[in-house]
Design a protein around this ligand. Structure first.
Ligand code: ZN
Length: 310
C-alpha cells in the first residue's frame, strides 16, 4: 500500500517480466523489448531519472548483442525458433532463478493454459496492470474514452481497496476487469491453497468496489505463473498472458514506447502495459499516440472473444 511497496514492486517488475515468442515460449524481455528500436537513440519526449538512464545505458551495453539477435529473429518472422528457445534458457539460468528444467516444464504447461492472443488478423488487445493508480489511471481512462478503445485492467487487490472510486470508473467505461493478486507477489513456488486464498482475496477486494461486475481474467504478477493457471481456472478466471511487452515499467521515453508498440505489434497480440507501479505518464502518452497510428495501418482494438458482454 505504501510508496515503498509500489517502488519495490516496480523494481522487481523490471527484472521479472518476460515475453513469449511466436510459439508461446518464454524469452527474456530484454531480448525483445529492452533493445533500442531501429533508429532510436535516446529518449526525447520525456525526462528519465538519472538512475533509469544509467540502468538503460548498462542494459544497452549488456544486451546489444542479444538485442540484435532478437531483432533479427523478429524480422525473420519466428523462423529462429530454436535459437530463441536456447537463448531463453540461458537467460533464465543466469539471470532469474537458475532452475531451468522446472521452468521449462512449467512453460510447456503454461503454453496450453494461458491466453496470449485474441482472434483477428489485424486485431490487438490492450491490457493494463498494477493499478488502480489515482494519478495515471484516470488519465488513461480519458485517453481510451476519447479513442473509443476498451481494454482489460489487471488490478491489484490492495489498491482496489484503497481506490474503489477508480475501480468504479474503469468499470463504468466498459473495460474488463482482471485479478492481478493482492500484493503483486511472485507465485512461482506457492502451493495451490495459498494461491487460491490470494486470488479470492483480490477478487473480493475488486468486487467490493463493483459488486455487479464480472472479474473474468487473471494474470500472474511478473508473468510468474507457477500453479496459478489451474487455480484461476477453478475460480472461474481465464489466465491471460501477453504477446508483446514494451518495457514501460522502466519508462524509456514516450517516443520509444510508441515505437516499440507500433513496430512490435503482431496479429492478435495481447499487449502488456501498466497504469500502476510507478509514474506511468509515458505509458498514457504513448497509448494516446499509438492508437491512431495503428488504426491508420488497419489495426483494430478488441477484447477476448469469450469475454463477458458489457
Ligand atoms: Zn504486475
Amino acid at each position: 500500500m505504501s510508496t515503498d511497496t509500489t517502488q519495490r514492486g516496480e523494481r522487481r517488475s523490471e527484472t521479472r517480466h518476460r515475453n513469449r515468442d511466436a510459439k508461446g515460449r518464454y524469452t527474456d524481455e530484454r531480448d525483445t523489448n529492452q533493445r533500442e528500436p531501429p533508429g532510436a537513440t535516446t529518449p526525447t519526449s520525456a525526462t528519465s531519472s538519472s538512475a533509469a538512464t544509467r540502468a538503460a545505458a548498462t542494459g544497452k551495453r549488456r544486451n546489444r548483442e542479444r538485442g540484435n539477435r532478437a531483432l533479427r529473429t523478429a524480422k525473420q518472422g519466428g523462423t529462429s525458433e530454436r535459437g530463441t528457445r536456447k537463448r531463453g534458457r540461458r537467460e533464465r539460468g543466469r539471470g532469474e532463478r537458475g532452475n531451468e528444467e522446472r521452468d521449462d516444464t512449467e512453460g510447456e504447461r503454461r503454453g496450453m493454459d494461458v491466453m496470449e492472443t485474441v482472434p483477428g488478423d489485424r486485431a490487438v488487445c490492450l491490457t493494463f496492470d498494477d493499478g488502480p493508480n489515482p494519478v495515471d489511471t484516470p488519465r488513461l481512462l480519458e485517453v481510451l474514452r476519447r479513442h473509443e478503445v476498451r481494454a482489460i485492467f489487471f488490478l491489484l487487490g490492495q489498491f482496489a481497496l484503497k481506490y474503489p472510486d477508480i475501480v468504479q470508473a474503469i468499470a463504468a467505461d466498459g473495460h474488463l476487469l482482471g485479478n492481478h493478486g493482492m500484493h503483486h507477489d511472485d507465485l512461482t513456488d506457492w502451493p495451490e491453497d495459498r494461491i487460491e486464498a490470494d486470488l479470492r482475496e483480490a477478487t473480493e477486494a475488486i468486487a467490493s468496489a463493483v459488486p455487479d461486475r464480472p472479474i473474468a481474467y487473471f494474470r500472474a504478477p511478473y508473468g510468474q505463473w507457477g500453479r496459478s493457471p489451474k487455480v484461476a481456472a477453478a475460480l472461474g478466471m481465464r489466465p491471460v498472458g501477453w504477446r508483446l511487452a514494451v518495457g514501460d515499467w522502466r519508462p524509456p521515453g514516450t517516443d520509444v514506447l510508441v515505437e516499440r508498440i507500433t513496430t512490435g505489434i503482431t496479429p492478435g497480440a495481447i499487449v502488456l502495459l501498466h497504469d500502476g507501479g510507478g509514474d506511468r505518464h509515458q505509458t498514457v502518452a504513448a497509448v494516446d499516440a499509438a492508437i491512431p497510428l495503428l488504426r491508420a495501418e488497419g489495426w483494430t482494438f478488441t477484447l477476448p472473444a469469450d469475454g463477458p458482454t458489457q
